[in-house]
Design a protein around this ligand. Sequence first.
Ligand code: SF4
Length: 290
Amino acid sequence: MLALSANGRLPKADYAIFADTGWEPRAVYRHLDRLEKEIAAPAGIPILRVSSGNIRRDALDPGHRFASMPLYILNQDGKQGMTRRQCTGEYKIKPIKRQVRELLGYPYPQRIPKDIFVEQWVGISTDEFHRAKDADVRYMRNRHPLIDLGWSRTDCVRYLSSLGLADTPKSSCLGCPFHGNAQWRHIRDTSPDEWQDVVEFDAAIRQGNARANAGGNRLLGQAFLHRSRVPLDQAPIDHVTAAEWAARQQELDDRAPMEEELENGVVDGCSPWACRAEADLVRDDFGLAS
Ligand code: SF4
């Protein structure tokens, strides 16, 4: 959408906002710098980088209130569970709202008049139109320009390729539990130090987040980044048996959602105003509602 706006195919945006969790892959930060230099700056569109902190550091800091990541839990009785996802709200939505309020001239806790709002573009394509949602505050009105243009994911990739941006990396925390095996393998096989980083983090959160433990609110079970609930450096991110492989070939056109998720990650992953934790976000306005 930034490129479409810079190139005049969409109206010129006043700003682009990047919510930085502090733990994106290096490739994403490099790509953002490139977008800023080659596309945003020449078009006069400022990229505002906003943040609520560093999600990795906060999870391991006993003194820091931590908004939980969606970790896979193995309870003492062998039952499986997941922790409630609060991180998208805390590390993405909250700093964006704070920034928008400042742009409008009504920083929290000022009340924003009814007729003052921003138009916020959210980059949902036609093949995921079910993710298009309204904002949960009056001072933001969501629009979905890619859907208005009728653009699918393939159209977007084709357009990015035409601009020399075919290698656009997927944005998400380096150690996001929503990664599928393909993403875990990509980190392991292309960036040994980032792999080391996520393996260490996975080991460090085995007993849950540090603040809860320090407060005597210990997790009665174990937490993992990989859905197999096995330590990441031993998790079956490569394992595909011959029988599974054969079945996979047959089912390629009709892939079971579960398998797709295992390989490529949670489809409705982490995206502000487009994630499946929408209900949680509506319930919790992070003190920034109008
Ligand atoms: S990318 Fe994953 S870990 Fe990071 S904020 Fe989103 S859901 Fe949480």
